[in-house]
Write a protein that binds this ligand. Structure first.
Ligand code: AMP
Length: 398
């Protein structure tokens, strides 16, 4: 178990500068934050510190900019966060933040612009990374990492932690690790994992680690078609990952040996073209005819999956079951979210997580209160559950 240094271990923070690493890498459209969950999740740590009179400096990244790009500014997050904290949030760029920090008052919050505007943030050269955060570190009394979702070490999540002596894990970080450790170390059986989405390569490690651990893995989303093709089933023009066919085969093979059942969709909602207003075609067989694209799982698949979810005592959900962003193809994702939240046993340990899963839950109004925990981490959650060591956690341990 992780024995973290906590916010309380920072001691008296009144009048002192405390840097908090957060993950505000949220989808933004027309300067509006589309996923507010991550922003709200950062509030408890910030509140704790401002109520104790600290001057809070937030660092985060957004997207993958090539240098400063207007459409990747954290400005919309500044206003969204301001709403949840009910206060004005100050804003500055790292390169000229010195005065903004010096003139802060106790209990104020300053958000620094997207750290990835500086290429050094992700540099492989340790010296470059340390140089980027040197001045900021010299102004700080404390550093808190609350950015569970930013699990790949960077200047602002790793080097900054090492450069500031008083450091701690934030409330969200502690909660994420605690809730996910319970799932990783002691899942009560039957353990059912529902894995969907498109990017199979990002889910291979967790799938591998679930084989032998989970009793059943229910697969949906575009990655289901790669598994179907790997098991010899026609998939029409569905989006598949050719490079992953061999890996998918190996996973199916290993699952047979380890007695983990992997279930694939047995019927589908398809279209002839991959576009939002394409006509829905219900395909009532596992085989998808030539010319059609699988867009969502069908009703028989949902009935199968629902039965298994109902008897589970531990449920992990990551990834949408279909193209939930488009009307007509959201039913699979919505129904799975509701089965887990409402039809599964109340005492089952239910964990959901990942960027797209949260966006889907918010959009489809799936009640997060019915889950033991909704993780802000996508890749981070999967890496942690697969047993990967996360170096960003090391500096936060007592
Ligand atoms: P991921 O980031 O891997 O969890 O993938 C999420 C994305 O998968 C969402 O944007 C979905 O629209 C997409 N997706 C889910 N099902 C399908 C499908 N059948 N065909 C294409 N994309 C899909």
């Amino acid at each position: 178990m992780f024995n973290f240094r906590t916010l309380e271990d920072l001691g008296d923070v009144r009048g002192k500068n405390v840097i908090v690493a957060t993950n505000f890498d949220v989808p933004i459209e027309n300067e509006e934050v589309l996923e507010t969950y991550r922003v709200k999740a950062a509030v408890p740590t910030i509140k704790n510190l401002i109520e104790r009179g600290a001057r809070v400096i937030l660092v985060s990244h957004l997207g993958r900019p090539n240098g400063p790009e207007d459409n990747m500014s954290l400005m919309p997050v500044r206003f969204e966060l301001g709403k949840h904290l009910n206060m004005h949030i100050k804003f500055a760029h790292l390169q000229n933040c010195r005065n903004s920090i010096i003139f802060m008052e106790d209990g104020e919050v300053l958000l620094l612009e997207n750290m990835r505007f500086y290429k050094e943030e992700l540099s492989k050269d340790e010296g470059e990374r340390q140089n980027l955060i040197k001045e900021l570190a010299s102004l700080a009394y404390g550093f808190v990492n609350d950015a569970f979702a930013s699990y790949r070490p960077s200047a602002s999540t790793y080097d900054l932690a090492l450069a500031v002596e008083n450091r701690a894990a934030g409330t969200l970080m502690v909660k994420e690790v605690e809730k996910l450790t319970q799932l990783r170390e002691a899942p009560v059986k039957p353990y059912v994992a529902v894995i969907g989405g498109a990017k199979l390569d990002t889910k291979i490690d967790i799938l591998r680690s679930l084989v032998g651990k989970a009793d059943t893995i229910l697969i949906g989303g575009a990655m289901a078609y790669t598994f179907m093709k790997a098991s010899g089933c026609p998939v029409g023009n569905s989006k598949i990952d050719e490079d992953m066919l061999q890996t998918a085969k190996e996973i199916l093979e290993k699952a047979k040996q380890e007695k983990t059942e992997i279930l694939l969709p047995v019927d589908h909602i398809c279209t002839a073209e991959f576009k939002a207003d394409a006509e829905r075609v219900e395909v009532d067989s596992q085989n998808i005819p030539d010319g059609l694209i699988g867009m969502d799982i069908g009703e028989r698949t949902l009935a199968n999956y629902s039965q298994i979810i109902q008897s589970a005592k531990t449920i992990l959900w990551n990834g949408p079951m279909g193209v939930f962003e488009w009307k007509g193809f959201e039913r699979g994702t919505e129904a799975i979210g509701e089965y887990i939240g409402l039809s599964a046993s109340e005492d089952a340990y239910k964990i959901a997580g990942g960027g797209d899963t949260i966006v889907a839950m918010e959009k489809l109004k799936i009640n997060m209160k019915n889950f033991a925990h909704v993780s802000t981490g996508g890749g981070a959650m999967l890496a942690f559950l697969a047993g990967e060591e996360l170096p960003v956690l090391q500096p936060l341990i007592k």
